[in-house]
Design a protein around this ligand. Structure first.
Ligand code: 6R9
Length: 662
């Protein structure tokens, strides 16, 4: 192919999507992006030191930037001192931000409370004083088990204010999961609610804490603070359990912040246990906070006039960084929604954007796919039925987004005028790693494009050697960065073994994902967890690649998940779990669609990638955080009996529908 033609084809694929009202303060164009990447490469310590001075408010300045002496246990800015809640709240007081809305909180029944930075500050101080009164001190762990709402944000910041380490546990987790986390962290206090309101029902929450404690070995829990979401009564143990009305409401609205070292742990967050015992990922104060704020500026060009809406729950890293710390450190206005965005129905999402004039909408591919499915059913669920003209930026995280869903979101929601920021990151990375700069990086549907400046992302083979563009491998981060996890709670050795394996030389951070760089653009494409890569007849196939191909049959397919299944002739065979848009199909139609699906894959990738087994069902099994449970699908495909923990499964009966194979 001639160079010119190749260039032409390449340009055809790239979407230049200018950002409306761009601030252009950091990145004017790709040249300024590249210049910042170069600055970071050349003098990383100077680069990070400059940013940490510019963007954080320090009580005591740091003089060391990076301490590598105990690598891979890196320390950043460690003789500096600061407080995270001061950086999110106090620093906005006395500025035009003070009386600006920090949070529009919308309950399931549509009631909106708008909280200013001043009010948020006062609520945080009151809760911090209540914790102090109960004897909670710097370094103590406080477990937060709250429904999604502004109170969760207040609780996190109140801990940070007194130097306590918060451990947020998603309110959908069971008492057993809670017990495990209580014991592992030795938490001295729990902040919870009497109930949570989800999908039209009141679910007891405080009772779950009692059940967890009843499992034994939690004598260290001396206080349970109960936020009364409704008037519903809750079980109380005198001397240990207190309502907000009793302990918090009367507290002074000022609380002197505790200045902590930059390396003081800010929180522990357990990752959704895909393998074995959950990992208690530890993040420290300054490095994490710096990246939370910077990525709000870099990935979202966040501005005073923006209304940011991230649909993640604070129980996950996305909620920590892009609901609590990032938006508040950046002085943004945001929307927080109680319950799930799809309840009572999909129109809630569009109504919320319209009502609050949301400018920046950050969600998950799984929600996008559900929205696509709903929009095909009735006009009232279609984004076109609402005024979404306030939007200027769209973003997703958590899974690869296939090109078809990307285009739908881009065209039907953003009307082709909002850059789509596909953000790749992990609990362990603290904040975004690979993501386009909106309005600057030309976009390719389904690609998270390029690493942010300072993120030294490389693709290597199993021996740690770099792979050329076009050839897949393991995604690693080759240099330390301030927001990286510091360790796993009380398990340094597991941290080292999981993330800095000896086989790769012991210095590369192993993300656990496969990736490939596009031969023309150098753009990264995440091919899925490395345990999800299939090997069919010696050919490496990314499950997400096959999923993407199957999704392209978009008149029929709502959602797919592909797993590998051991096969005597090809090593592994491809097994696809498919949810169709229409649920009223017969055997004949299913057979025909199965054939079309195979043709689609053969056409898009190769006949080798064609699913040998196709199973149709009404919903994919998902964790409560919305991730498809591939391990469960794998064992189901192999006909294994229920051998694994399905306690995090949203609806355990979904598998039954997939029993017929086409
Ligand atoms: C933020 C979050 C991390 C894993 C990660 C990867 C997957 C996240 C992605 C993505 C493709 C993206 N992942 N973002 N895959 N494209 N934009 O989800 O953290 O819960 O720790 O999960 O999620 O597999 O390794 P976490």
């Amino acid at each position: 192919m001639s160079n010119e033609r190749a260039q032409g084809l390449l340009l055809d694929r790239l979407i230049n999507s200018p950002l409306q009202h761009a601030s252009q303060s950091v990145f004017k164009d790709m040249t300024s992006y590249e210049a910042l990447c170069k600055e970071a490469q050349k003098e990383p310590e100077l680069f990070w030191s400059r940013l940490a001075q510019e963007h954080l408010q320090w009580d005591h300045p740091f003089s060391h930037v990076l301490d590598k002496s105990h690598a891979p246990f890196y320390r950043w800015f460690d003789d500096g001192a600061l407080n995270a809640s001061v950086n999110c709240l106090d620093r906005h007081l006395g500025t035009e931000c003070e009386h600006k809305v920090a949070i529009h909180f919308e309950t399931v029944d549509g009631k909106v409370t708008s909280v200013t930075y001043r009010t948020l500050y006062e609520r945080v101080c009151q809760l911090a004083n209540a914790l102090k009164e109960r004897g909670v001190e710097k370094g103590d762990r406080v477990l937060i088990y709250l429904p999604m709402g502004d109170e969760g944000v207040v609780a996190m910041l109140a801990c940070a204010r007194i130097g306590a380490i918060h451990v947020v546990v998603f309110a959908g987790f069971s008492a057993i999961a809670l017990h495990e986390r209580l014991q592992d962290t030795g938490a001295v206090a729990v902040i919870t609610a009497n109930v949570q309101c989800r999908s039209g029902r009141e679910l007891p929450l405080k009772a779950g804490v009692d059940d967890a404690i009843a499992l034994g070995g939690c004598e260290h829990v001396g206080t349970i603070l109960v936020y009364e979401r409704t008037a519903t009564a809750w079980p109380r143990q005198e001397g240990r359990d207190f309502s907000y009305a009793e302990l918090v409401s009367q507290q002074p609205t000022e609380c002197a912040p505790v200045s902590v070292s930059a390396e003081h742990p800010l929180f522990i967050l357990y990752t959704s246990g895909s393998t074995g015992k959950p990992k208690g990922v530890v993040h420290t104060t300054a490095g994490y906070l710096l990246w939370a704020k910077l990525t709000m500026l870099w990935s979202y060009d966040i501005q005073p006039s923006d209304v940011f809406w991230c649909t993640a729950d604070i129980g996950w890293i996305t909620g920590h960084t892009y609901v609590t710390y990032g938006p508040l450190a950046a002085g943004a206005t945001q929307v927080i929604m109680e319950g799930v965005p799809l309840y009572p129905d999909a129109s809630r999402v569009w109504k919320t954007i319209q009502r609050h004039a949301v400018t920046t909408f950050y969600t998950a591919p799984t929600l996008i796919r559900a929205l696509i499915k709903a929009a095909a059913q009735e006009d009232v669920y279609a984004p076109e039925s609402y005024d979404l003209s306030s939007l200027r930026l769209l973003s997703s995280v958590g899974e690869p987004i296939d090109a078809t869903a990307w285009r739908w979101f881009y065209e039907h929601v953003g009307h082709g005028r909002c850059p789509y920021v596909d953000t790749f990151f992990q609990t362990e990375t603290g904040g975004h790693v690979i993501t386009p700069i909106p309005g600057v990086t030309p976009l390719v549907p389904g690609s998270c494009t390029l690493p942010l400046p300072g993120m030294d992302v490389v693709i290597v083979d199993e021996a740690g050697e770099p792979r050329p563009w076009g050839q897949g491998g393991l995604l690693v981060i080759a240099s330390p960065w301030p927001a990286m996890a510091r360790t796993l709670w009380r398990d340094d050795e597991r941290y080292r073994q999981s993330y800095f394996p000896e086989e790769l030389g012991g210095t590369l951070y192993l993300a656990g994902d496969g990736a490939v760089r596009d031969e023309d653009t150098g753009y990264f494409r995440i091919t899925g967890r490395i345990d999800d890569v299939l090997n069919v007849s010696g050919h490496r196939l990314g499950t997400t690649e096959i999923e993407s191909a199957l999704s392209r049959l978009d008149h029929a397919v709502a959602e797919v998940a592909v797993v590998g299944q051991p096969d005597p002739s090809t090593g592994e065979a491809v097994c696809a779990f498919v949810v169709l848009k229409k649920s009223d199909y017969g055997e004949e139609v299913a057979r025909q669609i199965a054939q079309e699906l195979r043709q689609q894959v053969a056409r898009d990738i190769s006949p080798i990638a064609k699913p040998k087994f196709i199973r149709f069902g009404s919903n994919l099994p998902k964790t409560r955080s919305g991730k498809v449970m591939r391990r469960l699908l794998r064992s189901f495909a192999q006909g294994e009996k229920e051998a694994q923990d399905i306690s995090t499964l949203e609806d355990p009966s979904v598998l039954d529908h997939f029993s017929v194979i086409y």
